[in-house]
Design a protein around this ligand. Structure first.
Ligand code: ATP
Length: 316
């Protein structure tokens, strides 16, 4: 095999809790990821030299070493001593810098594709290690699951075995949101939460060996994980109203201080009657949770009169 064509899906965050700001500048989060049906198309072809050639139809995406696809390919070349190269053609359908993790998904798809094309036989654990070095959202896409909890920077993934497929209407205002700026706007002090640095300390782990004095932190973490658990449960029960009430994103305040116009857009969507509206990731994408495909299509047609990038999407 010397060529491969793959879809590279987007994600939304149904819950995104910011736990604390770390000394390394990153933030620990707790998030519920959902893989959705909005996908880029990627075509990979082996090159005989070590060249990494990227071709993309979107003018906002760099085709240089800044592209996350390039980072993924060159990381594998170094990690495995690969002497071959690759040409990657990307057809972008996922809006760029929109909180939908299109670039991260492209990077994960590249790791997966080159593992096969270059015949590297890397295990999932090895691919996950590479993914985490490229970006916080990349490891989620290495797992072949639609639902997962992300912890630490988002790179520690716990797959959720939920078969549920739900529909959304997705509105993507044409505003570029730089993720570091949004986190920065939260203005959090650096704090340490020791439980995140301990293997046994995950809120989803069975063994918990916490030091005395961390009770308050644990209580907060437990509440955080409960929110996601309750939402997963209400999705299982197809309780759409309860699920809508549980959507939350702690980055909202940062998103709105970076771009106050997004508060007006959210209010307008609610005034039009859209329920359970929430931002995905660091925005500007907003989505509503729908009871059916028909409802999602109805809202897509209504909102297309006001916004240029509106999609009806569902769990992949
Ligand atoms: P993040 O939250 O990880 O910043 P995002 O989902 O908000 O991501 P992306 O579409 O992944 O946004 O793009 C973020 C930035 O990464 C853009 O400014 C873009 O120029 C750059 N980028 C690099 N490689 C890619 C790629 N393959 N596809 C899209 N953007 C890419």
């Amino acid at each position: 095999m010397n060529a491969l064509q793959l879809y590279s899906p987007a994600k939304v965050n149904l819950i995104l809790k910011v736990i604390n700001r770390r000394a390394d500048g990153f933030h620990n989060i707790h998030t519920l990821f959902e893989r959705i049906s909005l996908c880029d198309q990627m075509h990979f072809r082996i090159l005989p030299s070590q060249e990494i050639r990227i071709l993309c139809d979107h003018p906002g995406v760099p085709c240089t070493s800044q592209n996350l696809v390039h980072k993924a390919a060159s990381l594998l070349q170094q990690y495995c001593g690969v002497t071959k190269g690759v040409e990657v053609r990307i057809k972008k359908n996922i809006p760029v810098a929109a909180g939908l993790a299109g670039g991260s998904s492209n990077a994960a798809t590249t790791l997966f594709a080159l593992n096969r094309l270059w015949n590297l036989r890397l295990s999932r654990k090895q691919l996950l290690d590479c993914a985490a070095r490229i970006g916080s959202d990349v490891p989620f896409f290495i797992w072949d699951v639609n639902w997962a909890i992300g912890e630490r920077r988002g790179e520690r993934i716990r797959p959720v075995s939920l078969r549920q497929k739900i529909w959304h209407v997705l509105v993507v205002p044409k505003i570029k949101m730089p993720t570091p700026k949004v986190y920065g706007a939260l203005n959090l002090e650096v704090t340490s939460i020791s439980v995140f640095n301990r293997n046994s300390g995950s809120v989803y782990g069975k063994k918990r060996h916490f030091r005395a004095g961390t009770a308050k932190k644990i209580e907060r973490l437990t509440k955080t994980s409960d929110n996601a658990n309750i939402l997963i449960h209400s999705l299982l029960e197809k309780d759409i109203n309860k699920s809508r009430d549980l959507l939350s994103n702690d980055l909202e305040q940062g998103i709105i201080s970076v771009c106050p116009r997004l508060a007006d857009i959210k209010e307008r969507l609610k005034a039009l009657g859209l329920q359970g509206v929430s931002f995905s990731g660091s925005g500007p994408s907003l989505f509503g949770l729908m009871a059916s495909k028909a409802e999602a299509e109805k809202w897509r047609s209504i909102l297309s009169k006001y916004y240029s990038q509106v999609f009806a999407v569902r769990t992949l």
